[in-house]
Design a binder for this molecule. Sequence first.
Ligand code: C5P
Length: 230
Amino acid sequence: MSKQSKIIVALDFSTEHDVMELVDRIEPSMCRLKVGKELFTRCGPALVKKLVDKKFDVFLDLKFHDIPNTVAKACSAAADLGVWMINVHALGGEKMMSAARQALSDDNAPLLLAVTWLTSSGQSELDALGIKAEPQEMVSRLAKMAYNSGMSGVVCSAQEASVLRRDFGEEFLLVTPGIRLLDSKQDDQCRVVTPKKAIEDGASYLVIGRPITQAEDPCKVLRTINQDIC
Ligand code: C5P
């Protein structure tokens, strides 16, 4: 296993104690880590810094969406934590994404992604907004805006990866949640894809939570997936 692991473990825990119980069992060579809204709101920047100090690549998944100036400043504050990757909502528009991009000009800046259309939102949400498009079309439109605004890539469903890979080329990062092993529970995810299939379809990194965090032996699961997708 190398530093290049394509697995990002979603730390969907509510206490630092639970996080450290997992983190103390794994190595930065096995995976990267994702800190989302719940954990960040409960434990704050101090925990993020602790994970960075342990040499983990941290994806700070706060999905910023606000006026361009506010998002730019939030991105700059996130970069100061030394994280590897951050994100904004593509729905905030090209001006907002460009402002975020410009706020991250130095060489050590984190990768900046945009979330396209959340996988929890479907046709009825688009209809309610009066948007005459299907979810896949919406994802492509938002990904194009992200690409034009200089984003490093997008967060998308693994089921959208092959189309986006074809349309935006090899350099554009595709980070995909909704990953399940053949023998793992589906939980509340509706459309799941195996790690191998997601990588074959063009995903750059896989966000995986419960199949790893709830496993009896998380290291074993990480080893298996890393071997499966290398
Ligand atoms: O436990 P599980 O593997 O389902 O966790 C997936 C992670 O990816 C969670 O942190 C979830 O919030 C995140 N995510 C997702 N679907 C999206 C965007 C993010 O499941 N469309």
